[in-house]
Design a protein around this ligand. Structure first.
Ligand code: ATP
Length: 335
């Protein structure tokens, strides 16, 4: 699937501005960004619910701009379940198969297979209102797969579910996508979800692509301050990269790539308490999060976050020393 120079405006709002994307066969590709950055519009352009002002959408090498949604080789799952309320689970999943006028025996066989894939065997006769949110999303997924699409489009399919079900279904989605090998375009504003699921992530901002990379690249080498701020947590420390080291007044013992003014990204999991540590500071806040405690430490005018195992954590007011990571991401100014 490919987008070439796609633009879409709604009156004065530039929802998508000159987007070029090319998904690889079988990859799990995520559009990640804050509310209003143009993710859903991009998905709707691929699905055919919106027409681009300029540019082309290609699926399987063919330009699909003139095709209505029902003639595009896509399957789609929305945030809200969008099942047919007057049809059973069986009826919902069978719908696209019956549209294709498959013989009834074939329909039964395919629906059986699909319900097995999404672990819903036994619930064929229920109506959507008799299902939990997670189960409804499984039906929606089975119905999308029943079309045998070339591309699966998923618009925040997990965001309406509660945390435990969300994590469970996230794992299943990853498994299913691996099993079917289906090229998938996923939209979310949840960075954890994007990191967990994706082969590659496109971080979007104001209708444009901010950075494209693997989850590891986006997390460990953010190209801009926006990406650094949006993906993961951390603090951006203004300073300068010089001769391979970060400088803020003096040289810090942190290796960085680049040269000139910019920001050092200090992630909470990369900082440690150490009596011989480079920075001296004072604990301002300690927040218990179950598996860890997040400290906020004031040091040299900065408020740094430090994640620690929950045992023996210093209390607010205590003086501590922080050891810096030997190397860290550096975002150039202007980024
Ligand atoms: P969210 O996560 O909140 O869904 P998003 O990143 O998916 O956000 P879009 O829904 O693509 O963002 O919207 C991008 C911009 O286009 C927003 O400013 C939005 O208000 C605007 N927009 C989207 N659809 C329409 C429409 N039909 N009419 C007018 N403006 C629209």
């Amino acid at each position: 699937m490919e987008l070439k120079g796609v633009h879409k405006r709604f009156g004065p709002v530039r929802a998508v501005e000159g987007l070029d994307l090319r998904l690889r066969e079988g990859e799990f590709f995520t559009l990640l960004g804050p509310s209003g950055c143009g993710k859903t519009t991009t998905l709707r352009l691929v699905a055919g619910f919106e027409a681009p002002d300029r540019g082309e959408v290609l699926i399987g090498g063919e330009v699909v701009n003139p095709l209505p949604p029902e003639r595009r080789p896509i399957g789609m799952v929305f945030q809200h379940y969008a099942l047919f309320p007057n049809m059973t689970v069986f009826g919902n999943v069978a719908f696209p198969l019956r549209l294709r006028r498959l013989p009834e025996g074939e329909v039964r066989r395919r629906v059986g297979e699909l319900l097995e894939m999404v672990h819903l065997v036994g619930l064929e006769g229920r109506y959507p209102k008799e299902l939990s949110g997670g189960q409804q999303q499984r039906v929606a997924l089975a119905r999308a797969l029943a079309r045998e699409p070339k591309v699966l489009l998923l618009d925040e399919p997990l965001s309406a579910l509660d945390a435990r079900i969300r994590e469970e279904l996230r794992g299943e989605l990853k498994r299913l996508q691996g099993e079917t090998g289906l090229t998938t375009l996923y939209v979310t504003h949840d960075q954890e979800e994007a990191l967990a699921l994706s082969d590659r992530i496109a971080v979007m901002r104001e209708g444009r692509l901010e950075q494209l990379g693997t989850p590891k690249e986006v997390y460990e080498e953010p190209a801009t301050a926006f990406v650094a701020g949006f993906v993961g947590s951390g603090v951006l420390v203004p300073g300068e990269a010089r001769e391979g080291l970060f400088h803020r007044g003096r040289a810090w013992p942190v290796r960085v790539r680049g040269e000139g003014r910019g920001y050092l990204l200090l992630r909470p999991e990369r900082l440690r308490l150490d009596q011989g540590g480079f920075l001296e500071g004072r604990v301002v806040l300690a927040t218990y999060l179950g598996s860890l405690v997040r400290l906020e430490v004031e040091a040299e005018g900065l408020f740094l976050k430090v994640d620690l195992p929950p045992e023996g954590v210093p209390a607010p007011g205590e003086r501590v020393r922080l050891a810096l990571p030997p190397e860290a991401p550096f975002v150039p100014e202007g980024g």
